[in-house]
Design a protein around this ligand. Structure first.
Ligand code: ZN
Ligand code: MN
Length: 482
């Protein structure tokens, strides 16, 4: 049997408008429960929705960025179902005539690219949030549930992909690409931990080219969880097929702690929702001139910026990716380059030590104690030979802790590397005298011995020896002994 994994995604992203989709309530996250509500988003009888213009523009902008066709005429529909977090008992959504459809997004997998079809991008409203009071925090076993409607009515874009993804890694990369796109467009804050970006997946296994049954998976709260859940599900389905079993069509729940999926409910069909056009809203007919203006206003996409970073600054792809797929880090990088210093060196320091320190101290780029100017200063200190790369690592860490600039730290601590050739010669001679075995190894052709000896030089000089000068001196001395 030949297996092929078929994956599609359904993504919801809250739009970062100031007010909700159909009323004037604030969309700000948090707040006392049920304080950011009004009769419209609480679904009181007799209230009328008014569509948020900004949310419509954002959705069109995203549609354009994802190479979609923008509808000349689009409708809102009611999606009817009962759930406590939805006071109207229907969600205003879009059904057969979404704002945009038939697009694509290309993802880079390193050694190949995958073009992923975008079925549709539509606009709808978010639901409220249920808080299940009990030990597990889940509905099962909860004593009671509370409802917070602050989130109800926040504009939500839904993005549905074609089943074009072939591996769990591709699904994860797609989400990285899409999140970056939303960030670059500035239309969503994409905080998975606050639920402003959510992703469900469907997965099936085709056997010898014959389509399999699609299973939907929910409750993945990070990109890593998405990849794990899909890998688990891929294996589970293959095992059932190999054992001669059938895959039922269902929705499964990802249990992050246990690392498994389990049945949530058997899949409902679209007709279960009794979709019908929303009678309280007029059809959406975006002015072609506005669509054209939005098209012209599209910013550089993450993919374009990646190409530019590689071309313009000569960055290796992996390094460029780290900078580009976090927009703020990419902005930080360009500011640092503008202040001076070798662009490749700046990129390597940012993608390496700098990101490491941000993680270590749990700080976001925008709150970094050392700004683009400071990074540029640090790299220039290294380039001018004032401090070594080894010393720069410590200086950077110190800057994170004290908030001082690299130059201040260097002068306060009297740091500067030993670039005096006599002084270096003395240190190197001592290392050679103290390590006769390593010297013999080197003379017998073992190149690693040189690394060891260099390590000793750095150790003896407490990291201060200029590495280039020291290694030249070391070779010179060893050749004399030959
Ligand atoms: Zn409201
Ligand atoms: Mn939806």
């Amino acid at each position: 049997m030949e297996f092929e994994t078929i994956i599609g995604l359904e993504i919801h992203a809250e739009l970062s408008t100031k007010s909700k989709m159909f009323c004037g309530c604030s969309t700000e996250f948090g707040g006392e429960p049920n304080t950011r509500t009004c009769p419209v988003c609480l679904g009181h009888p007799g209230t009328l929705p008014v569509a948020n213009r900004k949310a419509i523009e954002y959705t069109i902008l995203l549609g354009l960025a994802l190479n979609c066709e923008i509808a000349r005429r689009s409708l809102f529909h009611r999606k009817n179902y009962f759930y406590p977090d939805m006071p109207k008992n229907y969600q205003i959504s879009q059904y057969d005539i979404p704002l945009s459809k038939n697009g694509f997004l290309e993802i880079d997998m390193g050694d190949y690219k995958r073009k992923v079809g975008i079925t549709r991008v539509h606009l709808e409203e978010d639901t409220g949030k249920s808080i299940h009071v009990g030990e597990s925090g889940r509905i099962h076993g909860a004593g009671r549930s509370l409802e917070d409607f602050n989130r109800a009515g926040i504009p939500l874009v839904e993005i549905v992909t074609e089943p074009d993804l072939r591996t769990p890694e591709e699904a994860r990369n797609f989400m990285i690409e899409l999140r970056a796109m939303l960030e670059y467009l500035g239309i969503s804050d994409c905080k998975m931990e606050e639920g402003s970006l959510r992703c469900d997946a469907n997965i099936s296994i085709a056997v010898d080219g014959v389509q399999g049954t699609k299973v939907e998976i929910k409750n993945m709260n990070s990109f890593r969880a998405l990849q794990r859940a899909l890998s688990f599900e891929e294996k589970r389905q293959k095992e059932i097929i190999i054992g001669g079993g059938k895959i039922p069509q269902e929705t499964r729940h990802w249990d992050e702690a246990a690392g498994v999926t389990h049945t949530l409910r058997m899949k409902e069909e679209a007709f279960d929702y009794r979709y019908f056009p929303e009678p309280d809203l007029v059809p959406l007919e975006p002015d072609p001139q506005i669509v054209e203006e939005l098209q012209k206003s599209l910013p550089e996409t993450p993919g374009q910026r990646l190409d530019r970073f590689i071309r313009k600054y000569g960055l290796p792809k992996d390094t460029a990716r780290v900078l580009v797929y976090d927009k703020k880090l990419g902005d930080f990088y360009e500011e640092a380059v503008a202040k001076g210093g070798n662009p490749v060196a700046i990129a390597k320091w940012l993608a390496g030590d700098f990101v490491g320190l941000l993680n270590e101290f749990s700080i976001k780029v925008e709150n970094s104690p050392i700004g683009p100017h400071g990074i540029s200063e640090l790299i220039l200190l290294v380039e001018r030979g004032v401090i070594s790369g080894r010393m720069a690592k410590d200086v950077l860490k110190e800057a994170f802790q004290s908030g001082e600039s690299p130059a201040q730290i260097v002068s306060r601590k009297g740091l500067s590397q030993i670039a005096d050739s006599e002084e270096i010669a003395l240190i190197v001679e001592r290392v050679v005298d103290d390590n006769p075995q390593a010297v013999r190894d080197f003379l017998e052709g073992k190149e690693q011995a040189l690394k060891f000896l260099m390590g000793q030089v750095m150790k003896l000089s407490r990291g201060k020896a200029n590495p280039t000068m020291a290694s030249e001196k070391l070779r010179e001395l060893l050749e004399k002994r030959q």
